[in-house]
Write a protein of this length. Structure first.
Length: 256
């Protein structure tokens, strides 16, 4: 049962400590919050704990301390299937389509927790409208699609359960620049269609150009956070994490 207390955040990870087995902690008091209709990106060096954040959020890794809340409801002890039904959908790093199955079959796997046929049909129509290539290649084998197209199939599958937040782990991994641009465009389309996104991405500059909010992780904590556009123009962050000079400010005539 959802909390009666309203919250402006769809997902809250608060004071999270987490690690693997007996090894040292990877996350050390990390707090990340995802508002509605927002793309929040996590950037930072290798080993900062970015992918571990998503594993904790999706129930794949139980935190040793801290709290996880979805729409104000505590879900800290939930496993992956419970997290899915709570409103969190996780698109894993790399490609996870079943290549010998059709695009339709791959997408419909995302609806395995749904029982209402009308709801399933409505969600299928929604993702086909949102990702035109999914509709165009609906009957094709998923293995015949390009890497960027396969990633859109994964996105479509993740949206079949109407998640509050989609967790995306390195969606541009292994893609050429054109496919990367398409994938990030589709991330924005997801946000604009009403699904918040928590994004982990090694390409820090590209992630911040796409996101609304950014969190820079270092040694398992949020080192700095704020509007993604502000982080892009921070000289120190540019030197440490973005590989060079800060981004040029947007032209005064640009919208938004």
């Amino acid at each position: 049962m959802a909390s009666d207390t309203p919250t402006e955040y769809l997902l809250e990870l608060e004071d999270i400590e987490a690690g693997y087995g007996r090894a040292a902690l990877v996350l050390r008091g990390l707090t990340v919050k995802v508002p509605a209709a927002t793309i929040v990106c996590l950037v930072g060096p290798n080993g900062a704990g970015k992918s571990t954040v998503l594993k904790v959020a999706s129930g794949m890794l139980t935190p040793r301390a801290g709290a996880i809340r979805v729409c104000g409801r505590d879900v800290t002890s939930n496993g992956p299937q419970q997290m899915l039904t709570s409103g969190l959908s996780h698109v894993l790093q790399g490609h996870s389509v079943f290549k010998e199955m059709s695009v339709e079959e791959n997408v419909m796997l995302g609806a395995y927790t749904l029982k209402d046929k009308a709801e399933i049909a409505e969600r299928a129509g929604f993702v086909k409208d949102l990702f035109p290539v999914v509709a165009e290649r609906w009957s094709a084998l998923a293995g015949a699609l390009s890497g960027g197209q396969q990633k859109q199939v994964e996105f479509a599958r993740s949206l079949m359960v109407s998640p509050q937040v989609v967790l995306l782990d390195e969606p541009s991994m292994g893609l050429d620049p054109k496919a990367t641009q398409t994938v990030f465009d589709q991330v924005v389309r997801m946000r604009d269609a009403g699904t918040a996104v928590l994004l982990v991405e090694q390409n820090a500059r590209r992630a911040l150009e796409t996101a609304d909010l950014g969190c820079v992780l270092d040694l398992g904590r949020v080192h700095i956070s704020g509007a993604a556009s502000d982080l892009l123009q921070d000289p120190q962050l540019a030197e440490l994490y973005l590989g060079g000079r800060p981004a040029e400010p947007a032209a005064s005539t640009a919208s938004g």
